[in-house]
Each structure stands twice: as structure tokens, then as C-alpha cells.
Design a protein around this ligand. Structure first.
Ligand code: SAM
Ligand code: DTB
Ligand code: SF4
Length: 364
């Protein structure tokens, strides 16, 4: 399919700001040209390593520096992941997305275990996705050889606004990781979060950057911020459903071949609101009662919604063939990735880091 990489920010802003019903109609039309509108792909999230993350992402409940209710745990075993994958499959999920609270992948024993986890879930005939932080090309190749189907790494917002929420890594690292993932011939899952205080221009700039990737990402998750107590974003207002609909519809039009995923934030949305997002081109959801660490709608509720709307779950490997596992390449000790660490000061993050420390002292 021809992809359009020469959108301008003005084009995308003009789409986003169209009268809502006209925007939905245009997006629904594009959706029908490239996708089955009665199919929605289901992914299930599993946090294989939770909390204690050294990064300072202002939205994230897993950052060690904040004080949240997240229960930390080390890397899961093969048995634990196989059990979770089975459960996800019973709920109609075609994909298991394994997330780790890491800044980046390291060539250590934990990564060897992740390779085993990928091999195990691939053998269960599910699409395997991983989101492990920054990866080098060699690491991405190892994951691909193990049978990984997709790698998730979100741009999260515009390059400009990124500096307002994360001081411990640069936007160029996100882009470099996506390039590494592509070179390893994995499918790319990349999107972002709305509701972090960003402007409409930031949202559209993020969509512009995603649309300029060549090829465009196969999956584009659109998350509404889950404002978690103890994080610098705890007081952000919930995202209005209309913003979610506009974001899904605009993503759908600028990247017609991508699967747009209605991601975090569904617990706050009515069925009618979600139906409008499906109409506007959302072709995927995360299902199961938990995202990584925060709640998601009950599986039963989603099942009822699918029945009500006449939606069917997409079968595994409907868009790309199942990866055939290859021998995993040997370690290359000469590879020394240089990820950035800008280290600038973000007042809210500094404030909540202090609160986190104070709270830990009181509770310990
Ligand atoms: N540590 C890895 C990384 O940052 O790339 C992978 C896991 S991280 C939790 C994956 C993604 O979850 C983030 O890029 C962000 O888009 C999303 N996320 C994290 N916290 C969120 C929140 N409170 N609300 C919505 N999305 C969130
Ligand atoms: C994505 O875009 N959203 C997912 C997945 N990719 C990794 C994560 C949502 C996390 C929401 C907060 C939590 O549950 O910790
Ligand atoms: Fe760590 Fe990822 Fe959370 Fe950032 S988003 S704190 S890197 S788990």
C-alpha cells in the first residue's frame, strides 16, 4: 500500500480541527478502504518486570523515584508467562505484549530469559510483542530471531513537549530505537499519550513524526493518560472522549495502513464513546483486567461490547506471517550503545521525587 510521508503539520492540524462528524466520516471511509471495520485485534498486556525503574518519566507509576502503590517484582519465569499467555488467548487475544520497567535492554541473564519468554509465546501461536525500553540493533536482531513479532516503543508526545516530561533520556533515543527495530525486520508499534498537558500542536506533531517513519508503524497505540497518585501527573484532568476520537481519527487518516489501538484510558470511557472510536478507525484494544499496573475494563464487559457492536477479534498473524524462530546470534561484546541523558530540571518531577523520598521514610 502507498504510504504518504509528506504530510505537513498544517495538514494534520486541519484534520484534527475539522467538524467532529466530518472528521469521523472521513476517517471511517479511510478505515473501510484498508481494514475490515467489523474486526478488532485484541492484545493482552503483561508486566514481566514491574516497578523500580531508574527513569524519570513524569507519567509513569513504575519510576522508582515516585511513591505509588505499584507492587514491584523481578523478571517473571517462563511458567508464569506461559500461564498468562494461555489466559490471554482464552480471552480472544491474538497478541501478548510483555512490558519491562527498564530504561534499556542489557546483554545480561535477564535478556537471555526474555529471549526464552519470546520463544515460548511464539510456540503457542500468539503474536509476541515486547516493550523493554531502548534497544540496539543487535538486541533487536536477537529478539527477532527468537520469534518476536512486534516491538513497542512509544514516541509519547512531540519532541518539544518530551523535554517537559522526561529529563533522563532524549527523543533521538526513541527514534534510534525504532530504527534499530526496523533494521531487525520486526514490526513497529509506536504511538503516544494524550492528556499530559500537551497542546493540540504537540499531538499533531507526534502524529506527523510517526507518519514520516518509512514504513509507518504497523500499530499506533493512542493512550489516554492514567493519572496515577504519587506521579507528577496525578492531578491532570481526564481526557475528554472527543479528544480521543479526534486523535484516533486523525491517526487513521494520516497512516491508513496502520492498526490504531485504543489503548490506556478505556475504564473512563462509555461504550458509546468507545463505539465512536471504533467508527473513527480504532482497530485494536488492550483487553484483560489490567494494563501493565493499572486497571482496564473487565474481560466480560469487553465481550459484551463486542457482541453489542457485532465486532469479532482478529486472528493471530492476520496481517503478517508468523515469525519462524532462527538460531539466536551470539553476544557481541564490542557493541557499546550510547544513549543520551539530558539531565535538565523539570520542577514537577523534582517536587514529586522529594515527596516520594519523604513518603518512603515515613512508611519504612
Ligand atoms: N520501560 C519501557 C519504556 O518506557 O519504553 C517499556 C514500558 S513503558 C511502561 C511503556 C509505555 O507505557 C510508555 O512509553 C507509555 O507510553 C505508557 N505509559 C506508561 N505510563 C502510562 C500512564 N500512566 N498512562 C498512559 N500510558 C502510560
Ligand atoms: C502502550 O501504548 N500502552 C501500554 C503498552 N503500550 C505498553 C501501556 C499502558 C500503561 C498504562 C499504565 C500502567 O498500567 O502502568
Ligand atoms: Fe521506566 Fe518505561 Fe516507566 Fe519510563 S515509562 S519510568 S522507562 S517503565
Amino acid at each position: 500500500m502507498e504510504q504518504q510521508h509528506n504530510w505537513t503539520l498544517e495538514d494534520i492540524l486541519a484534520l484534527y480541527r475539522k467538524p467532529l462528524l466530518e472528521l469521523v466520516y472521513e476517517a471511517a471511509t479511510v478505515h473501510r478502504q484498508h481494514h475490515d471495520p467489523n474486526e478488532v485485534q485484541i492484545s493482552s498486556l503483561l508486566s514481566i518486570k514491574t516497578g523500580g525503574c531508574p527513569e524519570d518519566c513524569g507519567y509513569c507509576p513504575q519510576a522508582a523515584r515516585y511513591h505509588t502503590d505499584v507492587e514491584e517484582h523481578g523478571l517473571m519465569s517462563v511458567e508464569q508467562v506461559a500461564t498468562a499467555a494461555n489466559r490471554a488467548r482464552m480471552l480472544g487475544a491474538s497478541r501478548l505484549c510483555m512490558g519491562a520497567a527498564w530504561r534499556n535492554v542489557r546483554d545480561d541473564e535477564d535478556f537471555d530469559r526474555v529471549i526464552e519468554l519470546v520463544q515460548t509465546v511464539n510456540e503457542m501461536d500468539m503474536e509476541v510483542c515486547a516493550t523493554l525500553g531502548m534497544v540496539t540493533e543487535k538486541q533487536a536482531q536477537k529478539l527477532a530471531a527468537a520469534g518476536l513479532y512486534a516491538y513497542n516503543h512509544n514516541l509519547d508526545t512531540s519532541e518539544e513537549y518530551y523535554k517537559e516530561i522526561i529529563p533522563t533520556r532524549g527523543y533521538e533515543d526513541r527514534l534510534k530505537t525504532l530504527e534499530n527495530v526496523r533494521k531487525a525486520k520486526l514490526t513497529v508499534c509506536s504511538g503516544g499519550i494524550i492528556g499530559m498537558g500537551e497542546s493540540v500542536e504537540d499531538r499533531c506533531q507526534m502524529l506527523l513524526t510517526l507518519s514520516q517513519l518509512d514504513p509507518q508503524p504497523e500499530s499506533v497505540p493512542i493512550n489516554a493518560l492514567v493519572a496515577v497518585e504519587g506521579t507528577p501527573m496525578e492531578e491532570q484532568e481526564p481526557v475528554p472522549i472527543w479528544d480521543m476520537v479526534r486523535m484516533v481519527a486523525t491517526a487513521r487518516i494520516v497512516m491508513p495502513g496502520s492498526t490504531v489501538r485504543l489503548s490506556a484510558g478505556r475504564t473512563q470511557m462509555t461504550r458509546e464513546g468507545q463505539a465512536l472510536c471504533f467508527m473513527a478507525g480504532a482497530g485494536s484494544i488492550f483487553a484483560g483486567d489490567k494494563l501493565l499496573t493499572t486497571p482496564n475494563p473487565d474481560a466480560d464487559e469487553d465481550l459484551q461490547m463486542f457482541e453489542l457492536l457485532g465486532l469479532k477479534p482478529t486472528a493471530p498473524f492476520a496481517k503478517h506471517p508468523k515469525p519462524q524462530p532462527q538460531p539466536v546470534p551470539e553476544e557481541d561484546s564490542t557493541e557499546k550503545p550510547k544513549w543520551s541523558r539530558p539531565g535538565h530540571r523539570i520542577p514537577a518531577n523534582v517536587e514529586y521525587t522529594k515527596r516520594g523520598k519523604a513518603k518512603r521514610k515515613i512508611t519504612s
